[in-house]
Design a protein around this ligand. Structure first.
Ligand SMILES: *Cc1c(COP(=O)(O)O)cnc(C)c1O
Length: 410
């Protein structure tokens, strides 16, 4: 988002005009930012055979999937529905990895039929899978190295209490199942959660995973999941992707020599690719002064952007209707009949009713987590591409909400 002549724009398109043309609330995505992030990631790992599998649960609009496919990305999927969305968007089955947690063997078999790479994250399914498919369908195994690379315990997935992955301490058991069922393991995977702040801690996790390769002689790839952190505040920290690329590529190339084969190195970034590309626009309905606080109440709520209430996530907020005004302190809240603050005690340029607020870093886990709570309709999605704004999802209508309901005699 750039400030040009006192107006905020993305890719040459004025954001206030977007609010006017498409109405509020609205999600806006900058295609170029996604291209830039993809290029930054792949260039940081240009010394290894890197493959990107975009974790599409972050944002599944078909146009986003098609954009990433065009850049050369594959997909990381966590449900059979995401697999199907990927196929619809034009991905080949072998460009898709299915990394579910807690799903049934039936759902996994559906994914096998489609032909995507299967990533198995528990011993029970591994055994069932082996009994059904034996050596016919190679698999990836998701291991949990039990590291906490920084950040929030709840959203981290690599620690000891996490439900994700097969513990690194269960490798002997995995080996037993692989041997007795004839399973062919061609990939090892870890995804340690959301935020790598400390590269060294992450590399320790990588080392643990690479050590585990001694149990598996037929590997084609190592999938290190994600964990790439983007800065959520203007001066906040992010994963230093260039430094990580350097250190990890060197380590990985050494490993490949020891292993005796140039393996592919896979990553599954979600947030890194799409978070900063997204901006959520909402209009201020009311400025309400209570005894203790000034609330700016917008025409949205946690039904459209749940991250602040759900994860205590920080989204930077700008009043794009008053780019250069004096800053005052506001609590930004929604219109849901429940506490639904977006931000507490935030400095924002003076807000009048009718102003448009922009919530930054709203591309990942924004629209996809939206609901219809309070019977509110989900917002439209707009993509800015090559200097033009395109509607890529219509605003929901009340009829959409009613279409699956069946009226009975009452
Ligand atoms: C969610 C998820 C990711 C992406 O995480 P981000 O923090 O959005 O980068 C990658 N891999 C798996 C298995 C996931 O579940």
């Amino acid at each position: 988002m750039n400030l040009v002549n006192n107006r905020y724009e993305i890719g040459g398109v004025d954001l206030l005009n977007i609010a006017k043309e498409f109405g509020t609330p609205v999600y806006v995505y900058d295609a170029q930012k996604i291209r830039d992030q993809y290029a930054l990631l792949t260039s940081s790992f240009s010394d290894v055979n890197v493959k990107i599998r975009y974790a599409c649960k972050a944002l599944t609009n078909q146009n986003i999937l098609r954009l990433l496919k065009g850049l050369g990305s594959g997909l990381d999927t966590v449900s059979i529905e995401e697999v199907q969305l990927g196929i619809k968007a034009g991905y080949l089955p072998d460009e898709i990895i299915f990394t579910p947690n807690g799903v049934s063997i039936e759902e996994i078999n559906q994914a096998v039929k489609i032909g995507v790479t299967i990533n198995i994250d528990n011993i029970s399914i591994l055994e069932q899978f082996g009994n059904i498919h034996g050596d016919k369908v190679p698999i990836c195994v998701r291991l949990n190295p039990h590291i906490l690379a920084g950040g929030n315990y709840q959203i981290s997935t690599g620690h000891i209490d996490s439900k994700f992955g097969i513990s690194i301490h269960q490798l002997r058991h995995v080996e037993r199942i692989v041997k007795s069922t004839g399973l062919k393991v061609n990939g090892l995977h870890m995804h340690t959660g959301s935020e790598i702040k400390n590269i060294d801690v992450f590399l320790r996790g990588v080392d643990i995973l690479l050590e585990a390769t001694s149990y598996f002689k037929e590997l084609d790839f190592i999938d290190l999941g994600s964990g790439f952190k983007v800065a959520s505040t203007p001066d906040g920290d992010a994963t230093d992707i260039v430094a990580l690329g350097k250190a990890l590529s060197q380590r990985f190339n050494e490993f490949c020599k020891e292993y005796g084969k140039a393996l592919e190195l896979w990553f599954e970034p979600g947030k890194f690719l799409v978070s900063e590309a997204g901006t959520f626009l909402a209009k201020v309905n009311v400025v309400k002064q209570t005894t203790a606080t000034v609330f700016a109440g917008v025409d949205s709520g946690f039904n459209h952007l749940i991250r602040p209430m759900f994860y205590n996530a920080y989204h930077h907020i700008l009043n794009i209707s008053n780019a250069s005004g004096v800053e005052r302190i506001y609590t930004v809240s929604g219109y849901i009949c429940e506490t639904d603050n977006f931000a507490w005690d935030r400095k924002i340029t003076e807000i009048k009713e009718g102003d448009i607020l922009a919530f930054k870093n709203a591309g990942a886990y924004g629209f996809v987590m939206a609901s219809n709570y309070n019977s509110r309709l989900r917002p439209p999605e707009v993509m800015i591409n090559n200097g033009k704004a395109h509607l890529i999802r219509k605003r929901e209508k009340l009829d959409d909400r009613l279409q699956n309901q069946i009226l009975i005699e009452i």
